[in-house]
Design a protein around this ligand. Structure first.
Ligand code: ACO
Length: 396
């Protein structure tokens, strides 16, 4: 990097996960599976499901605004919004454009990135390039997914894996010495049909036929994807580490794509690194695709797993096949994270709908019952008869 090029720093981070939980016990009632199978083969115990009023844009906006608050910036300090997703609100406009309006930004250029579960890492790399080239000062990078509306709840090989959520970071130009960063991105189209969503694009536009054949839901060859994942997470992560000028021993924390804890364990074993060098939250969120790495990063920072000076590696793989890794030194104050979270309440964010919008119910039939039940942690008071509580029986 020449001395004229601005340094790139991660200054803000934020996350959002919908309140409703879809547990393995819930899935046991839908498909022929068991909590024991899901936990032993994937490490997943539960995942989140977006409510009917939520969308990829609304979740991305909450996480994004939290990241801006964490960075201590005003919304109009952001000059580009890049949103990674494979579940956009619409084919067009971009989901990033909807986020811009929802957070009240008036200045940013907005676009989406499509690289499936590697999408956030690709978007991060794109943001770094814009800042490094002097074309932007503050870029909001969001990974947001609403996968539960694209799952086939009769396919036990896929519906148990995925969940909804969003995570975001702000990258900023800095005059201070740069934090070392190494970036590696790869794409192997041999894997193009290993994880795919067949219909809805120009090759198979939506029709009664595509609907009746179930071609609007995610399909996956699990075993081939697993093999690719274990191989590529290690090689892509190490390539980024080498580009940062570090060795494997320098790494303080790896934030891997949260697809399956067995994949993460296999990578740890292959690299001869202890599991405590890897941040894991797949047990609580499942695979949230492009949201997975930033959601895990924000959780790691807010839970005290990252401190200034730490060398961290974010690494992902996904449909395409794609993979990507960012090796960077953490320079921000981790205590800022909870400040950003507290500053943005989900109910304060709304995504504008068109005036003539005649909405269909977006809730998958298989999840209707789950989404209708009271939220965890909220008491249903509708059947409580008002009155004085009885005194506890006193014994002397
Ligand atoms: N419950 C119970 N049994 C199941 C389930 C289930 N949910 N799913 C599959 N099985 C059965 C299979 O039918 C098979 O039965 P059989 O032996 O009678 O034929 C048996 O379990 C073993 O199935 P496998 O597919 O071999 O199971 P495996 O151990 O490979 O685990 C899994 C499957 C979890 C999908 C694993 O292959 C995996 O994690 N792959 C990677 C997936 C991934 O990471 N995808 C995300 C990509 S990122 C993106 O861009 C979206």
């Amino acid at each position: 990097m020449s001395s004229q090029q601005p340094a790139v720093r991660l200054t803000g981070w934020g996350r959002y996960a919908p309140a409703q939980i879809l547990s393995n016990a819930d899935l046991e009632r839908m498909v022929d599976t068991s909590d024991e199978w899901i936990v032993s083969r994937t490490g997943i115990r539960e995942r989140r499901v977006a409510a009917a009023h939520e969308s990829t844009a609304s979740m991305g906006a909450i996480a994004g605004l939290r990241a801006i608050k964490t960075a201590g910036l005003d919304v109009d300090d952001i000059d580009i919004i890049i949103l990674a997703t494979l579940t956009p609100d619409y084919w067009m406009p971009s989901t990033a454009a909807l986020v811009k309006e929802a957070i009240g930004n008036t200045k940013a250029a907005c676009f989406d990135v499509a690289a499936a579960c590697s999408g956030f890492v690709y978007a991060y790399a794109t943001a770094s390039a814009y800042i490094g080239a002097g074309m932007a000062k503050n870029v909001l990078v969001i990974g947001a997914e609403l996968l539960t509306r694209f799952l086939d709840y009769t396919d036990r090989g896929t519906c148990i894996l995925f969940g909804d959520g969003a995570g975001a970071v702000v990258l900023s130009a800095s005059g201070e010495p740069t934090a070392t960063t190494g970036i590696e991105l790869t794409t192997d189209p041999q894997g193009a049909y290993m994880i795919w969503l067949p219909a809805g694009g120009s090759k198979a536009p939506p029709s009664y036929d595509t609907l009746s054949r179930g071609q609007h839901k995610i399909r996956m060859e699990g075993k081939e994807t697993y093999r690719f994942a274990t191989r590529t997470l290690a090689s892509t992560g190490l390539a980024a580490v080498a580009k940062a000028g570090w060795t494997q021993d320098d790494i303080d924390l790896i934030i891997p794509h949260q697809a399956n804890v067995r994949i993460i364990e296999a990578v740890a074993k292959g690299l001869d690194l202890p599991m405590d060098k890897f941040f894991v939250n797949v047990d609580r969120y499942g695979n949230t695709s492009a949201a997975s790495v930033p959601l895990a990063l924000a959780e790691a920072a807010n839970s005290g797993r990252i401190k200034p000076g730490d060398k961290i590696v974010m690494v992902a793989f996904g449909a395409g096949f794609t993979s990507g890794a960012i090796a960077t030194e953490w320079t921000a104050d981790p205590s800022r994270g909870p400040v950003g979270d507290a500053a943005v309440r989900p109910e304060d964010i709304s995504v504008r709908l068109p005036v003539d919008w005649d909405s269909v119910d977006p809730v998958p039939a298989a999840l209707a019952e789950i989404l209708a039940r009271p939220l965890p942690g909220h008491l249903d008071l509708s059947d409580v008869v008002p009155g004085e509580p009885e005194h506890a029986h006193q014994t002397r």
